[in-house]
Design a protein around this ligand. Structure first.
Ligand code: RM4
Ligand code: MN
Ligand code: MN
Length: 432
């Protein structure tokens, strides 16, 4: 049985056929427009095709809010089903071969079998994510008052041991990095001694860092609130930068777009981390208020473009050691997660291609001439260019879908999963 038959290469090609002529027409027209600006459209198609973003295993299940979770029929029942859904996203988009795993949510009984399952689908494991923000059944000590920064050394040891286990699983799966986000923090003023809590966190992190294998990277993810509502141990990029520097050269800061206060200039944080050599990667998502985990580019597409503007600027400048890992981190409460992940990855490629359209020589000149109007116009020219024909062409050439969501809906993939995966009742709240 091959469970992704509804999205076979042949099916996708057939679905593309009636759309191909219109894409060609739009592509040729855009190609002429861009040529007038001295831009070669084929180079942009190559860039779009080379873009990669990892999907989160926890993102293919229907998530939830703190209040409720509304499952959908045909949801994945276990990690093998989740990999199948990741494959569906990959087949449609062709830019998402990597998968981030959460342990123990997706802890494999047999890492070798899981690795082969993924490999057989052209997929691999990107980052491992540890979880010490909730208690697991049978766990001796509770994380209610923290994990890696807990006041009790025994709890800290337990949390470190969990991370070491994740690193081992990661090595067996061929994962490229290890990501640590902790829920540690305080709900009330006075609850935690800020400096001592950070010292304890760093101490635990050093033990984890020492176990990170050569060639692999450790990412630490800051977040200014939630689940702790007054203070968090790794609250912002500055603290993250400090900790990554203290830990060593294989430790980096990871930026989750939903982990900053409203109105914070995230693109500038990105530029700072690039400049200081500590940008590890991203958890892409979008938000209106807090860690909303909405689809990338759904609320602030211009911000997403401005972030990619910094990334492409660094890429073109050839900054040594610049190799950020791109990952999605979304939670879906009202959409089909496959559609959301497809849409988000397409939005990232869009922002990436648009950022490549920025006339950097012109921008430099406007900056040097202190001409803010023309500097902004230069960015806006790139941002307002509809690069959809470039995205569609890159996808189709790689075997993906010209219109991935329509193709997915017509394929009957979810219908097939509904019959293959008898409904598992998973009520309650929380994102998984
Ligand atoms: C956190 C953070 C982590 C993610 C968990 C589920 O807010 O973004 O990256 O693993 O949620
Ligand atoms: Mn995240
Ligand atoms: Mn988050």
């Amino acid at each position: 049985m091959h469970s992704s038959a509804p999205l076979s290469d042949a099916y996708i090609q057939d679905a593309n056929a009636p759309r191909a002529a219109a894409v060609r027409e739009d592509y040729e027209h855009l190609g002429r427009q861009l040529a007038r600006r001295g831009v070669d459209i084929e180079t942009l198609v190559e860039r779009a095709a080379a873009f990669r973003v990892a999907v989160p295993s926890w993102g293919v299940g229907s998530g939830g809010t703190r209040f409720a979770r509304f499952g959908i029929a045909g949801e994945p029942r276990h990690i093998f089903d989740k990999i199948d859904d990741c494959e569906a996203v990959f087949k449609l988009t062709r830019v998402t071969p990597g998968i981030s795993l959460h342990i123990p949510w997706d802890k494999p009984a047999d890492a070798g079998a899981l690795r082969s399952w993924a490999q057989a689908r052209g997929l691999f494991f990107d980052s491992m994510n540890s979880n010490t923000f909730q208690d697991q059944p049978g766990q001796p000590l509770s994380y209610k008052f923290g994990s890696l920064s807990h006041t009790d050394a025994a709890v800290r040891r337990q949390a470190v041991a969990h991370n070491l286990e994740c690193l081992e699983i990661g090595a067996a799966l061929g994962a490229r990095s290890h990501t640590v986000w902790v829920g540690d923090g305080g709900n009330f003023p006075g609850q935690l001694h800020f400096r001592r809590a950070l010292d304890r966190y760093l101490d635990s992190l050093s033990a984890i860092y020492r176990a990170v294998p050569d060639g692999s990277r450790l990412f630490i993810e800051h977040k200014f609130y939630e689940p702790a509502f007054y203070s968090t141990v790794l609250n912002d990029w500055g603290t993250s930068y400090y900790c990554a520097t203290q830990l060593g050269e294989r430790a980096f800061s990871l930026v989750d777009l939903g982990h900053h206060a409203p109105n914070v200039n995230v693109e500038m944080i990105v530029a700072r981390l690039i400049q200081f050599g500590k940008l590890g990667g991203f958890h892409f998502n979008d938000s209106q208020y807090g860690d909303d985990d909405l689809d990338a580019g759904s609320i602030k597409p211009f911000q997403l473009f401005l972030i990619f503007n910094e990334l492409v600027d660094a890429e073109r400048a050839g900054i040594p050691g610049f190799a950020p890992a791109y990952m999605l981190d979304q939670s879906h409460n009202v959409t089909d997660p496959i559609e959301s992940l497809v849409a988000s990855s397409a939005e990232l490629v869009r922002a990436y291609v648009q950022a490549h359209l920025v006339d950097r020589d012109a921008l430099d000149a406007h900056q040097d001439a202190n001409d803010p109007v023309m500097a902004l116009q230069t960015l806006k020219q790139a941002y307002t260019t509809d690069v959809t024909p470039i995205l569609a062409t890159a996808r189709a050439r790689a075997g993906g879908a010209i219109d991935p969501i329509a193709t997915y809906r017509a394929s009957g993939y979810r219908r097939q999963k509904i019959s293959e995966r008898p409904a598992a009742r998973r009520p309650g709240a929380g994102i998984v």
